[in-house]
Design a binder for this molecule. Structure first.
Ligand code: NAP
Length: 299
């Protein structure tokens, strides 16, 4: 009988992280600061609306002052930049997240560059990207931060491990490679032009799939005992969510694996809350409060 991989339960882990974040929010509130988050949603992409609703609910539960600013798909670049400027100068707002993708006609990088880097809780501003590459403290993109967090809490050692990341986006693949390197992993990044993808994946002690192609990565590719993180969110033919990894076959080879849904998705939201609280503490000179309020909640 084949062995089944341990499930890396992102939902349960994210719940623990959110409980810890709520503790830090309470400590900041006691010192007169309620962390404020604004999510900017342009247009009416149904998937984005679901993501934003989930972020809003989780932030509210953690005690964060959160609001979604909904703008019509017809919003011009100038109007969006004016909104960002308003949020940049609002002292009650410590974190700003512009939900991507933006409708056609809006230049994402121009908008991201306009964010105050201290409020850029998705870690995409060039200043935060540079901080990550140079090993300085900044704000780290939420999805790769969530990948590292779930590995840490599952006790997966990255030092010396070969981490194979499939996908090289600014949002996931590239920042995750930097985070894994900072943990002394050996990192390979694969993409659409990579030759022998199956062998590349097969050489990973840790495999992270961030592609956006349903079940691209088959269990046969996975090295026995590898840890598999599935970042992908795809809609299957039956309308259900599926990841980039063929979960059934990969579970028979891996030692641990994240499901979709209930894996990296909830972790991403938890890290957004964590970044917002960190940003609030830094902007108000209350970082010491965070240190003393960091109680590790265990299940
Ligand atoms: P993206 O910007 O579209 O990047 C996809 C990457 O996959 C690119 O680097 C692309 O290569 C590579 N790729 C595409 N087809 C490939 C193939 N056949 N073989 C190998 N590599 C291939 O996507 P993203 O924003 O990183 O998102 C990736 C997935 O994660 C999506 O399903 C997205 O919905 C999901 N996601 C989930 C969360 C979460 O919270 N769980 C957060 C963000 C994203 P090239 O660079 O050569 O084009």
């Amino acid at each position: 009988m084949s062995k089944q991989a341990k499930l890396l339960d992102g939902k349960a882990t994210a719940k623990l992280v959110r409980a810890e974040v709520a503790g830090r929010v309470a400590a900041l509130v006691e010192r007169g600061v309620r962390p404020g988050l604004r999510v900017v949603l342009v247009g009416d992409d149904p998937a984005s609306e679901v993501y934003v609703r989930n972020k809003d609910r989780a932030a509210t539960e953690a005690g964060i002052d959160v609001a979604t600013i909904k703008l019509p798909a017809t919003t011009s670049q100038e109007e969006l930049l004016a909104e960002i400027e308003r949020l940049n100068s609002d002292e009650a707002v410590h974190g700003i997240l512009v939900q991507l993708p933006l409708p056609k006609g809006l230049a994402e990088q121009v908008i991201v560059n306009a964010l105050d880097p201290d409020k850029d809780v998705d870690g995409l501003h060039p200043e935060n990207v540079a901080a990550l590459v140079q090993g300085r403290s900044g704000l780290v993109p939420c999805t790769p931060a969530g990948c590292i967090e779930i590995l840490d809490r599952a006790g997966v050692e990255l030092e010396g491990a070969h981490v194979v990341i499939v996908g090289r986006s600014q949002l996931v693949g590239k920042p995750l490679a930097q985070l894994a390197l900072a943990r002394n992993a050996t990192v390979t990044i694969c993409h659409s032009r990579t030759r022998d993808l199956d062998n590349m994946v097969g050489s990973g002690n840790v495999v992270v799939a961030a592609v956006g192609r349903a079940r691209l990565i088959h269990g046969d590719w996975i090295r026995p005992g590898a840890v598999v993180l599935d970042v992908g969110i795809n809609r299957g033919e039956d309308g259900k969510l599926v990841g980039d990894v063929d979960f059934a076959s990969a579970s028979e080879k891996a030692s641990a694996i994240t499901p979709v849904p209930g894996g990296i998705g909830p972790m991403t939201i938890a890290m957004l809350l964590s970044n917002t609280v960190l940003a609030a503490a830094r902007q108000t000179g209350l970082q010491d409060v965070l240190d003393s309020a960091t109680i590790t909640v265990t299940s």
